[in-house]
Design a protein around this ligand. Structure first.
Ligand SMILES: Nc1ncnc2c1ncn2[C@@H]1O[C@H](COP(=O)(O)OP(=O)(O)O)[C@@H](O)[C@H]1O
Ligand SMILES: [Mg+2]
Length: 306
């Protein structure tokens, strides 16, 4: 069976820092894989490489057997990878519905005639003019597609009905933080991606909001959605994941099913062994954040062994 995502020996450095240092892993169709690890271990960089947000310095990435490691972000999205960002990214002045619609812009056919030419520098004006023409005068195909777009947006708003339903036409800047993150997830899902990539989807959410996201992730998983997840809340990770990958210092130090990873000495060391670092190497904020994570892991480990 071809892996859905096949990452081999991925490399990325930043001014001498080996952020991602020979990372290899796979995600199978319908599989939920989580990447965990201390702050700065290379999790976000790995997601950025997989989604083409930044270029790699080595290694290969294949989606469904097709190499995507030199593809543009929009082409990768079209191949079937959609993502959300660690800090949450929505267009503040656009409504919830329009934010979701942005997600499917790359898939539009009738609204974007000759879009293939946009890759040809000298002919880029042709698709732009054609798109403008369709926007002004409309075509039967564009009207049909308009209906399809509205249906997709409705479907995604419905997914978060209680939260986003009443706010469908509100600009994103009026939304709560949690609703902005929901909008971002809805936008990614509107692409109907083969692989959904989420970077800390519950960051900044309280316990009940986190539980809600967990329920939604489990629903997506039951529907067969493949997910690559970076998340600090280990209870959520352990509940939703088929497999967990642990990173430290840009490398994978352990991987396996949630139970075996939770009890892996190398993992416990990565989370608990940080104290030996030189004083001052962590800021106060990072220190307290790491403390929380230590607590998380210790709690989960206790639950696991109880
Ligand atoms: N754009 C960047 N410029 C310089 N250094 C970066 C950049 N992005 C990440 N890094 C560094 O790469 C390492 C991994 O970061 P990151 O992937 O964000 O970790 P994580 O998501 O696991 O917390 C860190 O040392 C970080 O400082
Ligand atoms: Mg990160």
């Amino acid at each position: 069976m071809t892996a859905l995502l096949d990452v081999k020996d991925l490399q990325r450095h930043f001014e001498g820092v080996r952020a991602v240092d020979g990372v290899s892993f796979q995600v199978q169709p319908h599989e939920v894989v989580s990447i965990i690890g201390p702050n700065g271990s290379g999790k976000t960089t790995t997601l950025n490489l997989v989604t083409g947000t930044i270029p790699s310095h080595g290694g290969t990435i294949a989606l469904d057997g097709t190499r995507i490691d030199h593809a543009k972000t929009v082409d990768i999205a079209e191949h079937g990878i959609a993502r959300t960002f660690q800090n949450g990214r929505v267009f503040a002045t656009l409504s919830v519905a329009d934010n979701i619609e942005v997600g499917i812009h790359s898939q539009l056919r009738a609204h974007r005639p000759f879009r293939r030419l946009s890759h040809v520098f000298l002919l880029r004006w042709i698709p732009l003019l054609a798109e403008l023409f369709v926007a002004i005068f409309g075509t039967p195909a564009a009207r049909r597609e308009r209906g399809e777009i509205d249906a997709v947006v409705d479907l995604e708003v419905d997914r978060f009905e209680a939260r986003l339903g009443p706010r469908r036409n509100d600009p994103a800047y009026t939304l709560s933080y949690a609703n902005r993150r929901r909008t971002e997830i809805a936008r990614a899902l509107a692409l109907q991606p083969k692989l959904l990539v989420l970077d800390e989807p519950t960051a900044g959410m309280n316990q009940s909001e986190t539980a809600e996201v967990l329920a939604q992730l489990l629903e997506l998983k039951a529907a067969g959605q493949a997910i690559l997840l970076v998340e600090h809340k280990l209870d959520l990770v352990m509940t939703v994941s088929d497999r967990v990958i642990v990173m430290d210092g840009g490398r994978i130090i352990a991987s396996g099913d949630p139970e075996s990873v939770r009890n892996d000495p190398a993992v416990i060391e990565a989370y608990l062994g940080r104290r030996r670092e030189a004083p001052g190497s962590l800021s106060e904020d990072e220190r307290s954040e790491t403390e929380t994570k230590r607590g998380d892991l210790a709690d989960s480990a206790e639950e696991g062994s109880a």
